[in-house]
Ligand binder design. Sequence first.
Ligand code: E4P
Length: 214
Amino acid sequence: MEFFLDTADVDEIREIAAWGILDGVTTNPSLIKKSGRDFKEVVREIASICSGPISAEVTAMDTAGMLEQARQLKRELPDNVIIKIPCTPEGLAATKVLTEEGIDTNVTLIFSTSQALMAAKAGATYVSPFIGRIDDTGHDGMNLIAEITEIYNIHGFETKVLAASIRSVQDIIDSAKFGADVATIPPKFLKAMYNHPLTDKGLADFLADWAKTG
Ligand code: E4P
């Protein structure tokens, strides 16, 4: 399973990339706004820190506009930047064209299995089901991951399932259990993954004993 960071905070990305287990980064317009930086400038810097796929989202609503933005991003930004596109009819049409042009895509704002099926048919490289936002509505986001992975396996779709809108470490474990190829994780949950009080205590005990050896 791959770990992506779900942030446009370059300091956090740099810190976690140094651990050697970071496979990519996702951004969205809200995360770019939170960074307070210019979109292309911050994506360019992220792409220089992490060599894996970096999702940059188009904001046009029509297919022609999405394609124009996507091609411009691919021209102006490093090769590892991929294009994030909303799951609308216009977005599916743009995904199909970009796939034919050999440009990798991440179809986002996926809230149903039928949307994920359509995105796969359009040739999406990744689909991003939003687990947490589904849970927020009182439904089971993880069930969506399970259903999409099952259907993709049955039909041999190559589209990767990227679990998004992660709200806890348990969401990451469950995404892995249900076969998601990737989880895109806010920095605080990726940091929480290694934390365990017994590791801290065990290490302190070992070091204290080591200090007493000859
Ligand atoms: C990532 O691709 C998504 O945009 C992100 O995970 C959404 O997360 P949120 O629901 O916490 O905003």
